[in-house]
Design a protein around this ligand. Structure first.
Ligand SMILES: Nc1nc2c(c(=O)[nH]1)N[C@H]1C(S)=C(S)[C@@H](COP(=O)(O)O)O[C@H]1N2
Ligand SMILES: [Mo]
Length: 383
């Protein structure tokens, strides 16, 4: 049996496949990808800080904004990427210059870069989306993979943009939108403007119905948000329950310890008797939800002073949780000394719930939720 010949690029005469459409949708996609890339870098560097990079502890809600934007731009990029791929898919049927002449080598390289770009981007958005669902069904570490893919995407994107620059420039302005006379009128019944409105509408809808997981104003319409930021004990979601972390609470022998120039230990009542401070700070989870809360407890800087440590100290935080990625964290000097940073004992007017880290947890400004360690029982001054 003879297979029918594959279509050629000419079999797709709709003006919706015109480079002008690819340019316009490509611009939107590039905007989303750029926001996603830089906010993602920031998030990565907060968790894995290179020594050359000073990260300030203020503005207190900066990370809440950048991570909200990260997840929002990644989510919105999904419909934009699908639209972009749809506009250009007839290119799949363009003849490959084979065997390659010297001048066709560029075309082949370009195709290879697009293959890398599309597959890396699809994978990146897919694993990022599963991450917002708190679903990690893969054997590789999420964050490091997500980070490496981001650089692959940026590299392939730069190659792609460089190759397409003449085409992008020729189609940058609307004048190029005129359909050449040789083409039949739109056969899909959809005009270009109609397509732009549909794509922009879809992206906006996806954005508005998911951003409520970090922007409270959009809470009521957050039907696509995997997490509702006001559902949970004490009005705050729980990311990892005490049960999941294997933490059962404390007995009368429990002591909070701080190991600095002096070693101090406190019962829970003694911690409660120390001067208490109050901070309004959000938990901003890397997985995309965030929620502000009112915390009360002992300032870390006060504890540093009590044990005779300098205000330039770096502090290691150790949880009662055994093992697990988040059982320890570090407070860089700016964060440890920030007057907003607390060993929190209370949340939204009540004693900390066990799922929120009872008896004591860290809450600090401008940090990912993963570093807001729960069930803290020891602080170590490490420099
Ligand atoms: N010991 C410990 N602390 C932890 C975690 C954990 O798994 N173990 N999860 C972190 C993550 S990912 C987030 S987003 C916040 C959430 O705090 P919450 O559950 O009180 O809302 O706690 C952080 N503190
Ligand atoms: Mo988190």
């Amino acid at each position: 049996m003879k297979l029918p010949a594959p279509p050629t690029e000419k079999a797709f005469p709709s003006p919706l496949h015109h480079p002008r459409v690819a340019t316009v949708v490509g611009r939107w996609l590039a905007t989303a990808v750029t926001i996603c890339f830089f906010t993602g870098l920031y998030s990565h560097f907060l968790q894995d800080t290179p020594s050359w990079l000073p990260i300030p502890s203020r503005p207190a809600s900066l990370y809440r904004v950048t991570q909200g934007l990260h997840v929002l731009s990644g989510t919105v990029a999904v419909p934009l990427l699908l639209a972009k791929l749809w506009t250009v898919y007839p290119k799949l049927f363009a003849k490959l210059p084979w065997p390659p002449t010297r001048q066709a080598l560029g075309t082949l390289l370009e195709r290879a870069s697009i293959l890398v770009l599309v597959s890396a981007m699809a994978l990146e958005l897919f694993i990022g989306f599963l991450n917002t669902l708190q679903w990690y069904p893969w054997p590789f570490p999420f964050r490091q993979t997500h980070y490496a893919l981001a650089w692959i995407i940026v590299g392939a994107l730069l190659v792609h943009l460089a190759v397409k620059l003449p085409l992008i420039r020729a189609n940058w302005r609307r004048t190029a939108e005129k359909v050449p006379d040789s083409l039949p009128p739109a056969i899909t019944g959809l005009t270009r403007r109609g397509l732009f409105r549909t794509v922009a509408g879809a992206a906006t809808l996806v954005g508005i119905t998911s951003v409520g997981q970090s922007a409270p104003a959009f809470g009521p319409v957050a039907v696509l948000a995997p997490r509702k930021p006001n559902i949970g004990p004490q009005g705050l979601p729980v990311n990892r329950t005490a049960e999941a972390a294997g933490v059962t609470g404390i007995d009368e022998n429990w002591r909070f310890m701080i190991m600095g120039p002096q070693q101090l230990s406190y019962t829970l009542d003694e911690l409660r008797a120390l001067p208490q401070s109050r901070s309004e700070l959000p938990i901003a989870c890397v997985e995309g939800w965030s929620q502000g809360a009112r915390w009360e407890g002992v300032r870390i800087r006060d504890l540093l002073e009590l044990c005779g440590a300098s205000m330039q100290s770096r502090v290691r935080v150790v949880s009662m949780e055994k093992g697990g990625f988040y059982a320890t964290s570090e407070l860089p000097p700016d964060f440890a000394a920030d007057p907003l940073t607390l060993l929190a004992l209370r949340l939204n007017g009540g004693e900390l719930a066990l799922d929120h880290g009872f008896p004591a947890r860290i809450i600090a400004p401008n940090r990912p939720g993963v570093l807001q360690t729960k069930w803290v029982h020891r602080l170590e001054v490490i420099s």
